[in-house]
Design a binder for this molecule. Structure first.
Ligand code: G1P
Length: 306
């Protein structure tokens, strides 16, 4: 069955990025001038998915406004004779067939997903976490859609992480069935490094079969007291099996400060209108840093200038 629908949970509080995310959603943080959530939606659209449900929460109004028409702004740009900006602004509101639903309380990813049940109905669907985006020739979610077409099961995006980082991810115990394909044997959400069955982590892209809702519905709180999607997946795996696919491409975790910085720098290096000057600037800075020596020998840390 083709994948026609995607769900993008954007209800998380963004505590890793305070104070910037106190009054604005973390998913609206821009990579230069495009909010992350727009990049996520564009990924789904590139994979041929145009029915997209965003699960929002309190304080996420800016996301709805971003994808709505902005009549005043359009009028202004038209009168000011700025056709390119006008096209850009209209493009955002015409990207896809977007739907919004609110998660009433922040009770975890699994709980958020459960509120998509009615909209999704009885067909397999894609899930894209709204605070990470992927740089890949074929969109990451498209790679999973192809994989699902072969297996017919749920498919998780997977990636290798450092051992000391396993406690930030759902971790996969699996057996390799192809160059990038693993049959899942078990899943555990955010284990301690000494308890992790591997360093193969779940990334923020999934294709799920709709029976996942039955498992989510009956689930008690898991890690961190939240309803965890990973726990429901582990139950679904016991019943019907599933696969994990080590995707091609680069993942950017924008909810993380360093991840955000790296994503922004790489994006600037790829932008035709910016890359030349920005590259020159980076070279100057790195030369200066090299001349100054290692950070431990320099005075000042953190936010101040020392
Ligand atoms: C969620 C999932 C986790 C997965 C991660 C990928 O965690 O629960 O299994 O590895 O996304 O980013 P979160 O980052 O929302 O805590």
């Amino acid at each position: 069955m083709p994948i026609r629908k995607a769900v993008i949970p954007v209800a998380g509080l963004g505590t890793r990025f305070l104070p910037a995310t106190k009054a604005q959603p973390k998913e609206m943080l821009p990579i230069i001038d495009v909010p992350v959530v727009q990049l996520v939606i564009e990924e789904a659209v590139q994979a041929g998915i145009e029915d997209i449900l965003l699960i929002t929460g309190r304080g996420k109004r800016a996301i709805e406004d971003h994808f709505d028409r902005s009549v005043e702004l359009e009028l202004f740009l038209e009168r000011a004779g700025k056709p390119e900006l006008l096209r850009e602004v209209r493009h955002v509101s015409e990207l896809a067939d977007l739907h919004f639903i609110r998660q009433k309380e922040p009770r975890g990813l699994g709980h958020a997903l459960l509120s998509a049940r009615q909209h999704v109905g009885d067909e397999p669907f894609a899930v894209l976490l709204g605070d990470e985006f992927y740089d890949a020739r074929q969109p990451c979610i498209g790679q999973l859609v192809d994989c699902h077409a072969q297996t017919g099961t749920s498919v998780l995006a997977a990636m290798r992480v450092e051992r000391r980082e396993v406690s930030r991810y759902g971790i996969i115990q699996g057996s390799r069935e192809g160059e990038r394909l693993h049959r899942v044997e078990d899943l555990v959400e955010k284990p301690a490094p000494e308890e992790a069955p591997s360093n193969l982590a779940i990334a923020g892209r999934y294709v799920l079969t709709p029976d996942i809702f039955g498992y989510l519905e009956n689930l008690g709180p898991g890690r961190g007291g939240e309803i965890q999607l990973t726990d429901a997946l582990a139950l679904q795996n016991q019943a019907t099996g599933m696969y994990a696919y080590e995707f091609h491409g680069l993942r950017h975790d924008v909810g993380d400060r360093l991840g955000y910085l790296k994503a922004t720098v790489l994006a600037a290096l790829e932008r035709p209108d910016l890359h030349r000057e920005f590259r020159r600037f980076l070279l100057e800075v790195t030369e200066r840093l090299a001349a100054e020596g290692a950070p431990s020998r320099r005075s000042g840390t953190g936010r101040g200038r020392g």
